[in-house]
Write a protein that binds this ligand. Structure first.
Ligand code: ADP
Length: 319
């Protein structure tokens, strides 16, 4: 292969820029030409493709977001649209594509691979919800952001003997919530992997109050329940002022942590080396501190994410 493309797709995550930079610089280092594709699959379809050089990725390692831009582009599910996208890649003589994104983006990469165009997926999402890897780029930065928010809520909750519910991103993966709960010392953690029983939660909160707890922080993964409604129920049940804080998109932004930059650099470089070795249709990941790669189709269809039971037990025993 001589020319590769790189794009970021789906939800943005801090560290994506560091991953693009690694793909570009490792590619150039190994004698490839590298093309940047703007706004994910949308830009691929609209032929917004530009050659990148070393300088194109100067001063981006420290920046959150993705300078290539990202987009939701549901039209990419249509085979005819993907066919046109492949034509654009061929027009630029691009032989392979690195896709940085979440599981939706992997689906797009998988389908392009099935149509004969080799893609390599790099896991970029704050949710940590991708199979075949124990780590996704952006997770650590988001985790630190959430812990910082919990620390702040704790200060004000303690002063007012208030109960705080913090809604944390993760889609249907509780890793961000669980990590933040342990690091932030939250009293309760609710994650999709463990189910949810409101009556049981209310009982436990009351038990905490009876034991003399001055405040409570409930770390709640998004999509589990309506946190504002829950806040009303808790107030009614306990008589304690209760507030819900939905952290929302602020979890996606910010300067990437060193861990995210290093991970993004390793994954970006590894993806390029795989392409040089003639591998296509793979996704890269981290397992036992080592870079690994899997068949992207097998990864999406068959692999399961492991659940960190030890951390969950810890959140329970340290409460
Ligand atoms: P994420 O990659 O963060 O999970 P999305 O689920 O929005 O984000 O996916 C990003 C993009 O990937 C979509 O907007 C679409 O262009 C593409 N995509 C998602 N699912 C598919 C699919 N089944 N087939 C082809 N392309 C897809």
């Amino acid at each position: 292969i001589k020319r590769i493309g790189v794009l970021t797709s789906g939800g943005d995550a801090p560290g994506m820029n560091a991953a693009i930079r690694a793909v570009v610089r490792e590619g150039l280092h190994l004698g490839l030409e590298v093309y940047g594709i703007y706004d994910g699959y949308a830009g691929l379809h609209q032929d917004r493709i530009e050659k990148l050089d070393r300088k194109s990725v100067s001063d981006v390692i420290n920046r959150g977001g993705t300078f290539l831009g990202s987009a939701r582009f549901p039209e990419f599910k249509k085979e005819s649209v993907r066919r046109e996208a492949i034509e654009n890649l061929k027009k630029h003589d691009i032989d392979a594509l690195v896709v940085i994104g979440g599981d939706g983006s992997y689906m797009g990469a998988k389908k392009l691979t099935e149509m004969g165009f080799p893609c390599i997926g790099i896991p970029g999402t704050i949710d940590n919800d991708i199979p075949g890897t124990t780590y996704t780029i952006g997770f650590d930065t988001a985790l630190n952001t959430v812990v910082d928010a919990i620390d702040r809520l704790r200060d004000t909750s303690t002063s007012h003997q208030r109960i705080s519910i913090v809604e944390i991103m993760g889609r249907y993966c509780g890793d961000l919530t669980l990590g933040a709960a342990v690091a932030g010392g939250a009293e309760f953690v609710v994650i999709p992997e463990k189910g949810y029983n409101e009556a049981e939660l209310l009982k436990q909160i009351q038990a905490g109050i009876d034991k003399g707890k001055k405040h409570a922080i409930i770390a709640m993964c998004e999509h589990v329940t309506d946190v504002n409604v829950l806040a009303k129920h808790i107030e009614k049940e306990t008589g304690r002022e209760t507030r819900a804080t939905i952290l929302g998109h602020l979890q996606r932004g910010g300067t990437p942590t060193a861990r995210d930059r290093i991970m993004a650099s390793r994954m970006g470089s590894y993806a390029v080396k795989l392409l040089i070795d003639g591998e296509g249709g793979r996704c890269v990941g981290l397992m036992n501190s080592q870079m690994v790669h899997h068949d992207i189709i097998d990864c999406i269809e068959n692999m399961k994410r492991p659940f960190n039971q030890e951390l969950f037990d810890l959140s329970d025993s340290l409460f």
